[in-house]
Write a protein that binds this ligand. Structure first.
Ligand code: NAD
Ligand code: TYD
Length: 335
């Protein structure tokens, strides 16, 4: 199969490419990635001879048209993904996440190519702490941040292109991912690397916010289940039913690195910070037979800590710049 993977030099996309090469020797993979601050060729260095890499923007019609024309299926990961950045520069999110999806949808429509779009649980907005409910496919989108609104925008376009033009497309909404190759701006890698360089764990607000964590390999296995057996036009939730409070994750990371929990610091909250995300993913299990495998959170997080310990060459150069950016924002917000 000739597969186009957008955003394949980023966290989830690069893990997807690796897993695809390992499990689907027949796949011919082309990666389209703009190599923003979040993507790097270093992430694909050891498999560079097994993929075709094209540096380009998903919102660039000419590049996308040519690549889609040559493909049998497209898996669309490329996006601006960090909520804290969306509060500073939302325009980049509108362009990559909404215009990018539009350009891809038009290309798959022209060439009759299958598309799977990777989206987030954040399009539904948040739940209250302790509320006995998880989001279901079909719940209304109610995004609270520029990031989640831009992802919801791309997803709404996809629904309309399925209904109006009959494009062969699916979309999945997944919960928060963790695992190797995740940028050090994100919660788990930020705190692991803070601990590894002797810094403190920075938890926003009261630390009681809840996220539903899934290992990136489980996410990518689910994407393959959808590509193999999913019904075009259908939406699938991907989640492992693993809700954790941020403070609890911070404490676990201290334990796993042998750090004193007094290194956890409550810092200024994120504006508009969503309280709780939780998804019901039973459709995917019932219809496509997928279920998560890395369900021992402590063990999987421990493997992730070991990975960051062993790959300082990959994240070390980014670390101080990212922390300086966080410090500037906190300083600016406090005035
Ligand atoms: P990431 O930020 O690590 O990687 C994004 C990649 O996309 C980078 O390589 C970047 O260079 C590339 N990119 C950004 N804008 C582009 C553009 N305009 N054209 C081409 N390439 C561009 O993100 P990630 O965490 O790997 O997320 C991948 C996808 O999964 C996103 O669509 C995201 O919304 C979705 N998702 C992420 C999570 C999570 O927890 N990380 C959870 C659910 C869904
Ligand atoms: P993040 O990894 O940014 O993912 P998302 O905003 O998409 O859920 O953050 C995960 C949770 O951790 C979220 O509740 C915000 C919080 N957080 C912190 O407490 N401290 C941090 O330094 C970061 C980056 C996030």
């Amino acid at each position: 199969m000739k597969l186009l993977v957008t955003g394949g030099a980023g966290f989830i996309g690069a893990n997807f490419v690796r897993r695809t090469l390992a499990t689907r020797p027949e796949a011919e993979v082309t990666v389209l990635d703009a190599l923003t601050y979040a993507g790097s060729l270093g992430t694909l260095a050891d498999i560079a001879d097994q993929v075709v890499f094209v540096k380009g923007d998903v919102a660039d019609e000419a590049v996308v048209d040519e690549l889609v024309r040559q493909s049998e299926a497209v898996v669309h990961f490329a996006a601006e993904t960090h909520n804290d950045n969306a509060l500073v520069n939302p325009g980049a999110f509108v362009r990559s996440n909404i215009v990018g999806s539009f350009v891809l949808l038009e290309a798959v429509r022209r060439h009759g190519v299958r598309l799977h779009q990777v989206s987030t649980d954040e399009v539904y907005g948040d739940l209250a702490l302790g509320e006995d409910r998880r989001f279901l496919e079909g719940d209304a989108f109610n995004p609270s941040s520029p990031y989640s609104a831009s992802k919801a925008g791309g997803d709404l376009l996809l629904r309309a292109w399925v209904r109006s033009f009959g494009v062969e497309a699916t979309v999945s909404h997944c919960t928060n991912n963790f695992g190797p190759w995740q940028h050090v701006e994100k919660f788990i890698p930020r705190q692991i690397t803070n601990l590894l360089v002797g810094g403190s764990v920075k938890v926003y607000g009261d630390g009681k916010h809840v996220r539903d964590w899934i290992h990136v390999d489980d996410h990518n296995d689910a994407v393959w289940a959808i590509l193999d057996k999913g019904e075009p036009g259908r939406t699938y939730h991907i989640g492992a039913g693993n809700e954790q409070g941020n403070l609890a994750v911070a404490q676990l990371l201290c334990e796993l690195t042998g750090a004193d929990p007094d290194r956890i610091e409550l810092v200024l909250d994120r504006p508009g910070h969503d309280r709780r995300y939780a998804l019901d993913a039973s459709r995917l299990t019932a219809e496509l037979g997928w279920s998560p495998r890395k369900t021992d959170f402590r063990a999987a997080l421990g493997e992730t800590v070991d990975w960051y310990r062993a790959h300082q060459d990959w994240w070390g150069a980014e670390k101080s710049g990212v922390e300086a950016q966080y410090a500037r924002r906190e300083h600016g917000a406090r005035g």
